[in-house]
Design a protein around this ligand. Structure first.
Ligand code: GLV
Ligand code: MN
Ligand code: MN
Length: 412
């Protein structure tokens, strides 16, 4: 039974239909979390799940669960999913593949009239991307008890719009409690978002762990002043100091090859007028590494540099530890189930560590969890040109089906 195959053209058709919602000119997707487009995408997903015979529930943070019943009423569900929200200039596969592949697993089981012992739940987690509202992986973080629900509902976007109000506005402030049910296990299929599988000629990445992340928010405060009459020696230019911090972040990333990553992706300059010396700058820093001690070194380095900048230039620098999670090894049995799926279908595969954060990281703290990667073209994602082949999407989905069945049939 575990060698039944998913319907690859149905999966691809669903991916392309979802990609029409928020489609961009360059072939990507802009479906920011809790916007009208997110609602349209969620509504389509819910309709597809109901058509597949699932019972759909929504929890207080807007996570959607579509349940296919199992034979054993006492069994906890095997969950599979990911997210439907995208980056502002996102692609068609990041997150969406994991959600629609889980739906394809259910549709395939329906086609073959397979009854599993444990129920299966397709999950769509709220705001994985962390772009409109930060931090990332919010819905899964609340579900796993990592984040406090009231703090998350109170988060605001750049225009001061409250997350909780947006959930209500788009009709996805559900009534299911966030800790109402526990998964038996969780699986997530995702594009790799990096170049390794493609370079190695492998179809499946058996994800053994996710690297750790540390996010910071830094505010540099100098003094606004006229760009003409203010001599260079008298300035406290916040943007000059912030630029030095950006340079240092990049140096720190290069100082721990080959695995460290260090990025400043967001910056606001105030007052942002061409003839005013910048008075303040807000910027974000994203550090990643698979080893926690190295992440701690990177942390010490950026903080020491910010102290030095204050001494050297007289600006003020406030560094906030905004969010972090440590390197996360996934569950041995779930990893094995994924590997067996790749072997059973004859796909070339390799072990791999995730460079990106995923909802699976938080699910791993409450249930055995595994992830499956497939290649994406040139390793590019968080980009409108992000691309994956129908063949590789189908392969990943077949492995997901195999792993889900392995757990759903496992003796409790
Ligand atoms: C999520 O997309 C991340 O930043 O890894
Ligand atoms: Mn993702
Ligand atoms: Mn992403």
């Amino acid at each position: 039974m575990k060698n039944i195959q998913i319907n690859s053209s149905r999966l691809w058709h669903s991916l392309m239909k979802m990609a029409e919602i928020g489609a961009t000119e360059k072939g990507g997707c802009r479906r920011l979390t809790l916007t009208d487009l997110d609602r349209t995408g969620r509504d389509l997903f819910v309709r597809w799940c109901e058509d597949a015979g699932c019972e759909v529930t929504v929890d207080i943070i807007g996570n959607i669960f579509a349940r296919r019943p199992g034979k054993d009423l006492n069994r906890m569900p095997v969950m599979a999913g990911s997210h439907l929200d995208t980056q502002p200039t996102g692609g068609r596969f990041d997150g969406v593949l994991g959600v629609l592949a889980a739906l394809e697993v259910v549709r395939t089981l329906n086609d073959h009239s397979v009854e599993t012992d444990a129920p299966i739940e397709i999950c769509c987690w709220t705001n994985e991307e962390g772009s409109r509202f930060s931090p990332a992986m919010m819905g899964s973080g609340v579900f796993a008890g990592i984040f406090d629900i009231d703090e998350i509902l109170a988060k605001e976007d750049i225009d001061g719009v409250r997350l909780g109000d947006e959930l209500v506005r788009i009709g996805y402030a559900g009534d299911a409690p966030v800790n109402g049910h526990k998964p038996e296990s969780y699986f997530e299929l995702h594009i790799e978002q990096g170049p390794i599988l493609e370079a190695e000629g492998n179809t499946i990445g058996v994800v053994t762990a996710a690297q750790g992340q540390r996010w910071y928010e830094i505010t540099v405060t100098g003094q606004e002043s006229h760009a003409g009459p203010t001599p260079m020696a008298r300035r406290k230019d916040a943007l000059v100091a912030a630029s030095a911090i950006v340079g240092e972040v990049n140096r720190i990333g290069h100082a721990y090859p080959p695995n460290a990553c260090a990025t400043v992706g967001f910056m606001q300059v105030s007052p942002n007028s061409r003839n005013v010396i910048p008075g303040s700058v807000f910027l974000t820093v994203d550090f990643r590494h698979p080893d926690n001690d190295t992440l701690s070194d990177m942390d010490s380095k950026i903080k020491a540099f910010c102290t030095q900048i204050v001494d050297d230039t007289g600006v003020e620098v406030d560094v906030v530890d905004f969010w972090h999670f440590p390197p996360t090894p996934f569950d041995e049995d779930c990893i094995a189930a994924v590997r067996e799926g790749a072997v059973a279908h004859g796909y070339d595969h390799m072990d791999i560590v995730s460079g990106a954060g995923h909802d699976a990281v938080y699910l791993n703290s409450i249930a055995p969890t595994g992830m499956i990667f497939i290649p994406c073209e040139d390793g590019i994602s968080h980009n409108e040109t992000e691309n994956a082949s129908p063949r590789d999407c189908a392969a990943g989905c077949n492995v997901l089906l195999h792993a889900v069945l392995e757990r759903a049939e496992k003796t409790a």
